[in-house]
Ligand binder design. Structure first.
Ligand code: CU
Ligand code: CU
Length: 254
């Protein structure tokens, strides 16, 4: 989802009558009542609420129904980007391309909610729903990778949807030119290597490749357990990069 600061978000949750579990919606971009708007609803029920997106940035949303550990780790999460109302500026320049990366957990099939909560039977790291989604080096079936022209400013909007563990977000063979904590233009840092991203947090990070040559980056969670179990995404910077990727409806590559 993408809205502008100040927009009203009208949200309806329908829990299909054939479902077995209650579900809910928790927008980190909203100020609301956890016992009202964010409360879970039973199968067959519907609820509606609205909120104004008052803070710019990159926010997770997720199901908060019991057991939250199980609902989140089964993929009930996503991203809402709230663009700043003042738009781009010297301190928050317009990027040439943008990509959204959401990192999550994969547990072995049949793992109980309690074991998920306690981190047992953890199997792999997901990036936008798949293991090594954008790494043809590690997964011969991975057909997608991020790309840009040499010298372009690439903005990564990153959300950590893992239930218990932080991500150590690092671009191998690159440096984060600027990082905006929570994706808010006021929270700028310069020239960072590795950024710790706690569970249920998001940020925006820019990387600029050398303009005089083709290069490649591997964007990873530098915790080896996370990287080598799925959290490696390749960014290829080369002359003739696909002009559609990282623009329009291709911020999330599928
Ligand atoms: Cu749920
Ligand atoms: Cu939350």
């Amino acid at each position: 989802m993408r809205v502008k600061e100040g927009d009203i978000v009208n949200f309806t949750l329908k829990n299909h009558p054939d479902n077995e579990n209650s579900h809910s919606m928790d927008f980190h971009a909203a100020r609301a009542d956890v016992l009202d708007e964010f409360a879970e609803i039973k199968p067959g029920d519907t609820k509606q609420f609205s909120f104004r997106a008052e803070y710019p940035g990159v926010f997770i949303y997720h199901c908060g129904a019991d057991s939250m550990a199980e609902h989140i780790s089964r993929g009930m999460y996503g991203v809402i980007i709230v663009d700043p109302k003042e738009g781009y500026s010297k301190d928050f320049p317009k990027p040439d391309r943008e990509y959204v990366l959401v990192q999550g957990d994969l547990f072995k099939a049949g793992t109980s909610a309690e074991d998920m909560r306690d981190g047992k039977n953890w199997q792999a790291t997901l990036v936008n729903g798949k293991v090594f989604h954008y790494s043809p080096v590690h997964d011969p079936n991975a057909s997608q990778f991020l790309e840009s022209e040499p010298g372009e400013r690439v903005r990564i909007h990153f959300v950590n949807a893992m239930i218990n563990e932080a991500a150590a977000f690092h671009p191998i063979a690159g440096i984060w030119e600027q990082v905006w904590d929570n994706g808010n233009p006021k929270n700028v840092s310069w020239g960072l290597q590795t950024v710790e991203v706690p569970p249920a947090h998001g940020l925006s990070l820019d990387i600029i490749s050398p303009e005089d040559r083709d290069t490649n980056n591997a964007i990873v969670d530098h915790r080896m357990k996370h990287a080598l179990n799925g959290a490696i995404s390749v960014l290829m910077n080369y002359e003739g990069a696909d002009p559609k990727k990282g623009r329009g409806d291709q911020l999330i590559l599928r």
